[in-house]
Design a protein around this ligand. Structure first.
Ligand SMILES: Cc1cc2nc3c(=O)[nH]c(=O)nc-3n(C[C@H](O)[C@H](O)[C@H](O)COP(=O)(O)OP(=O)(O)OC[C@H]3O[C@@H](n4cnc5c(N)ncnc54)[C@H](O)[C@@H]3O)c2cc1C
Length: 462
């Protein structure tokens, strides 16, 4: 039997994936006995904010991810479609009908037992002892061992308690992950697709040319463009904070609009300091600099260093496009600062989202470092399939790099030095094809073709 904690997007998908493969599940959900600051009902898979499952157009990253999820037997996506409301190109759902339908499906499944109780550290420890499972591959054919394949792994505990994991369990996770590898807040800097940056303006250089010369890209402000940028930044509308986010929010990650409002020069003496960066066009240090740092090994994505902010999304994009070199940049992620809980996956988790140091302990959903309802649900299916395979004595099969699943898992495994932060599915995560066409639309089409082909191969061996 597999224990799953959290009846949100990831937890219900993990439970469904296991049960549909004939594996018995106990699913713990603490609501309504205890609730989170954002949930309002006792429904499973509750939508805490917007009612959108993102684009339903097939030729988009979110459309491709949903197609892959459906092919793997998703519960969430077809239930969303069956309870949709008009939402333009997005799959928008009636949150009440959707939540009821998911809850009914889970509660009525013969192999799923739903327990309405807060899962505690003591329960987690009990679950993982006295006989932790053999690591995957031990005694299994994939690693060439001649030992017999075991019947099942004995223990699988999937934690899918999301961004608002109850405090005792979050503390326990922090202990298991190692202090410093579980984050309680998100201060995300915006991220752009590399192919949309103006390389005639930006220049590649590390400060004082130390380290790897071309790792950083620099967007050089002159005095006039800097002053205009600061003026727009301080005037822009900001996202109000939730009551539960007000407490310790600014520690170490003051938003740039707050810094800028303290004085016109504060950014250029701080986050945007130009020292040690010589613009090859002028031979001088610029007036101020926004640095871009690679977000992945393939350098298809760059994040704006130290640009955490909480501007509203529409105006945020307009303001950031005032940065020289980013006039036409496409933002795959905009800045946010909010309450979250997630693990530093590249350091802690295997490619199948099991703790490297704690066999049998999996995480799913937003805790893994993906962002959004759909992405969290997707990781629930993946972990559910893997844990169910473990029960049945089969090894995990990580997704191929090119498909949407592979792109998300790559984000969770890529150990490029960066501020690891949750990411939703986007074009920049899909690998560039070898013979990448110059035109953006053609390039994207090639990415999708590669994704579809790779996914079909993966599905066939699952
Ligand atoms: C305020 C807020 C607004 C958001 N808005 C959006 C949005 O508009 N669109 C979007 O795509 N994403 C949004 N997100 C992100 C969203 O929460 C995730 O995308 C998604 O819900 C994560 O799925 P999950 O399964 O990982 O966690 P959740 O869906 O949060 O599910 C986790 C479940 O675990 C339960 N739980 C927690 N601790 C315990 C415990 N110890 N024992 C038992 N049960 C426990 C919780 O009650 C909850 O039901 C928002 C997040 C927050 C915090």
């Amino acid at each position: 039997m597999i224990t799953i904690v959290g009846g949100g997007f990831a937890g219900v998908e993990a439970a469904w994936a296991c049960a549909q493969r004939g594996v018995r599940v106990r699913l713990y959900e603490m609501r309504p006995v205890k609730t989170t600051p954002a949930h309002k009902t006792d429904l499973l898979s509750e939508l805490v904010c917007s009612n959108s499952f993102k684009s339903q157009e097939a030729d988009t990253p979110a459309g491709q991810l949903k197609a892959e999820m459906k092919a793997l037997g998703s519960l969430v996506i077809p239930t969303g479609e069956a309870n949709s409301v008009p939402g333009g190109s997005a799959l928008a759902v009636d949150r009440d009908l959707y939540g009821r339908a998911v809850t009914k499906a889970i509660e009525e499944h013969q192999l799923i037992e739903v327990v309405r109780e807060e899962f505690t550290p003591e329960m987690a420890e009990r679950c993982l002892s006295p006989s932790p499972p053999a690591p995957f591959g031990v005694g299994r054919s994939l690693r060439g061992s001649t030992r017999p394949i075991p019947e099942g792994r004995g223990v699988s505990l999937i934690i899918a308690t999301g961004p608002l994991t109850s405090e005792p369990l979050a503390e326990w996770l922090a202990e298991k992950a190692g202090r410093g590898s579980l984050y309680f807040y998100d201060a995300v800097s915006p991220t752009v697709e590399a192919s949309t940056v103006n390389f005639d303006t930006v220049f590649a250089q590390s400060r004082y040319e130390k380290g790897e010369g071309d790792d950083y890209l620099n967007c050089p402000f002159d005095k006039e463009s800097y002053l205009k940028f600061v003026e727009a930044l301080v005037k822009a509308d900001r996202v109000p904070l939730h009551e539960f986010e007000k407490a310790k929010y600014f520690a170490g990650c003051t938003p740039i609009e707050e810094i800028a409002s303290k004085g016109v020069d504060s950014l250029r003496y701080g986050n945007f300091k130009p020292v040690g960066l010589t613009d090859p066009k002028t031979g001088r240090w610029p007036y101020a600099v926004v640095q871009l740092r690679p977000e992945n090994r393939e350098k298809t994505l760059y994040s704006l260093v130290a640009c955490q902010n909480r501007l509203k999304w529409g105006v945020q994009k307009e303001v950031l496009q005032m940065v020289p070199g980013l006039e036409k940049a496409e933002f795959v992620r905009l800045g946010v600062i909010h309450r979250n809980t997630y693990i530093e996956a590249p350091k802690i988790l295997t490619p199948w989202l099991e703790f490297r140091e704690v066999p049998g302990l999996f995480v799913a959903g937003q805790l893994t470092g993906v962002e959004g309802y759909v992405e969290s649900a997707a990781m629930g299916i993946y972990v559910g399939i893997t844990a169910a395979r473990g029960e049945q004595g089969k090894d995990p099969v990580p997704p191929p790099r090119a498909c949407a699943y592979g792109s998300l898992v790559m984000h969770l495994q890529d150990d490029t030095p960066r501020e690891f932060a949750p990411m939703n599915i986007n074009w920049g995560l899909f690998p560039d094809p070898l013979d990448a066409p110059r035109k953006k639309d053609d390039r994207r089409l090639k990415k999708l073709e590669a994704a579809r082909e790779a996914f079909a191969g993966w599905k066939a061996v699952l």
